[in-house]
Design a protein around this ligand. Structure first.
Ligand code: ADP
Length: 558
């Protein structure tokens, strides 16, 4: 119909043009009046037809445009994300879709259109006009800008969104098309994950494919005392740590979950500037895969088992100590039976000899002397055993009395002088304090026993030379010394000699009599009196025993 009209119009037009080309006189001769009227009528009809057609066309065009507008609107509103159309110059919101109204909590579109972007942002958190301008400018400069943002609903609630700004032309005008995606859930999932890592009581260390640290949590820093240095690869470190760890590292790299055996670690060993924090750790490692199923990261979770490990070590030490005690006790019993049997045999043997009739007076005296000595030795041993038993069972009591230390030293000197001289040795003493200051409060019996023991040992373990003993006043303590030029003590035995029964444990000891309890008793007594004992010694040169007791003058001037 449209085509027919056009063709008809074209024919008419041709006719009209031909007619107009003719002179008026020619027209008169060619067309009658009736024909002319007919021609004019045809023109009029054709024009009406064209006009009405034109109207239809305009209507169709309008309809098409409305249709397009509706489609655009439907797409605009169907988006799950908020869409804003913004003025590129002022940033004003020109249009918003339905999702936008819902997301921002507005029911009246006009109300939202009156808002600026700052009004619907958490401006109080810094998401303000200045930042908005900066983001828009970026989008204008590079056509596109994607970023996270804190948006604000009408009721003031703030939420996380991801915003994409795109420079577009709408209706021939430059605009910014803003798309806003609500990422609250994603953010809260990220937050939970972050919390799981940050607040985990187990140490977490995330490393790359080479074992270099990407992230650690606070528990890791607390456990190891420092953040791993950038050049520290846990793979390399573990490989060196223990045999078999290299194989486990390979399994991790192949994507397996691996549980490591207990391992010792100290950052200080790697770098002396790092704190010296030795720890025992139990480690489990699991891989994180990329989209192609290839391990791209590894999570090391370490548990601090230092306490358990130390407990185990203490148990081992305690067990070894118990075994050592048991061994020493057995050796002590064997030694004791020898120590008791020797003087016992002496007593019985010489008592028997005394029964003989042909003994001279001199012989009788000699035998009686031996019996006496053996008896004394036996008594000594029995006393030591009783004392150590009392100490061990906590029955030994301290009895503080006034003690003249100068007097005690002189007495001990006089007691041992002949014995030392009989061995061809010299014995000297040194009393430092004047007599009136030498009266102190201590347990006299114990003090006497301690010093006697040390001097007796000094003489016993010295073949020639000098034994010297005395004291000095140092910081309210009396520091006693007993020095000899004897056989000395091996370095590795310096501590052991203060243990009970130790003599019997010294394999290559000189065959010198003694219970092996003397120093253990002395040490226990010194500690009861509030002091300490120690020794300095060199084999073949001599020994110097020291002990302290508090200097508590008894304030009696004599
Ligand atoms: P003992 O009865 O064997 O003398 P002690 O407890 O008094 O027992 O001494 C323990 C061990 O310490 C001795 O067996 C000896 O090996 C060593 N010892 C003690 N005093 C001296 C010393 N002055 N010189 C060398 N060794 C000593």
């Amino acid at each position: 119909m449209e085509k027919d009209n056009k063709t008809e119009a074209a024919i008419l037009r041709k006719k009209a043009e031909d007619l107009l080309k003719l002179e008026p006189s020619e027209t008169d001769s060619k067309f009658s009046h009736a024909e002319m009227r007919e021609l004019i009528r045809e023109f009029a009809v054709c024009q009406i037809g064209l006009e009405s057609e034109n109207k239809e066309l305009l209507l169709a065009k309008e309809q098409a445009e409305t249709e397009r507008e509706r489609t655009y609107r439907e797409i605009f509103d169907a988006s799950n994300d908020t869409l804003f159309v913004q003025d590129i110059v002022t940033g004003a919101i020109l249009d918003v879709n339905k999702t936008g109204l819902k997301m921002y909590g507005y029911s009246d579109k006009q109300e939202l259109l009156k808002c600026s972007i700052e009004n619907i942002s958490a401006s109080e958190e810094g998401y303000n006009e200045e930042k908005i301008k900066e983001m828009n400018q970026k989008a204008i400069d590079s056509d596109y800008n994607l970023f996270e943002w804190r948006a604000k609903k009408k009721d003031g609630n703030v939420f996380w969104v991801q915003v994409s700004l795109k420079k577009v032309k709408i209706g021939g005008k430059n605009r910014i098309l803003t798309s806003v995606h609500d990422i609250t859930e994603q953010k809260s999932a990220e937050g939970i994950l972050q919390d799981i890592i940050e607040k985990n009581p187990m140490s977490i260390q995330i490393v790359d494919t080479e074992g270099f640290t990407l992230k650690v949590n606070p528990a890791h820093t607390a456990l190891f005392g420092s953040v791993p240095p950038p050049d520290f690869s846990i793979f390399n470190d573990f490989q060196l740590k223990q045999q078999g760890f290299g194989e486990l590292i390979e399994r991790i790299k192949n994507g397996e979950i691996v549980h490591f055996p207990d391992a010792y670690y100290n950052a200080h060993d790697l770098n002396p500037e790092l704190p010296d924090v030795p720890v025992w750790i139990l480690t489990v490692v699991f891989p994180l895969f990329d989209n192609y199923g290839k391990p791209e990261r590894f999570v090391f979770m370490h548990k601090n088992i230092t306490d358990r490990k130390l407990g185990e070590q203490e148990l081992i030490i305690a067990k070894e100590h118990a075994e050592e005690c048991d061994r020493l006790k057995s050796a002590f019993l064997a030694n004791m039976s020898h120590e008791i049997r020797t003087p016992m045999n002496g007593i019985l043997g010489f008592t028997d000899l005394l029964k003989g009739h042909n003994l001279t007076g001199e012989e009788q005296n000699k035998y009686i002397g031996i019996i006496e000595k053996s008896g004394a030795r036996l008594l000594n041993i029995i006393n030591d055993i009783i004392d150590i038993s009392k100490i061990e069972s906590g029955q030994m009591e301290v009895s503080i009395t006034e003690t003249n230390i100068n007097g005690q030293i002189e007495y001990i000197y006089a007691f041992f002088k002949s014995e030392a001289e009989a061995k061809g040795m010299q014995i000297n003493f040194q009393n430092t304090l004047p007599l009136n200051e030498a009266f102190i409060k201590t347990d006299r019996e114990k003090f006497y026993s301690i010093l006697t023991n040390l001097v007796k040992n000094a003489i016993k373990y010295t073949m020639s030379g000098t034994v010297e003993f005395g004291y000095n006043l140092k910081n309210n303590y009396l520091e006693f010394f007993v020095k000899d030029t004897g056989i000395g003590i091996a370095k590795d035995r310096l501590k052991a000699i203060f243990e009970r029964f130790v003599q019997a444990d010294i394999a290559d000891r000189q065959a010198l009599q003694g219970s092996g309890l003397g120093l253990a008793i002395a040490k226990a007594y010194i500690e009861m009196l509030g002091g300490t004992i120690w020794v300095e010694s060199e084999e073949g040169i001599g020994s110097m025993f020291y002990f302290t007791i508090p200097y508590i003058p008894s304030r009696q001037v004599h």
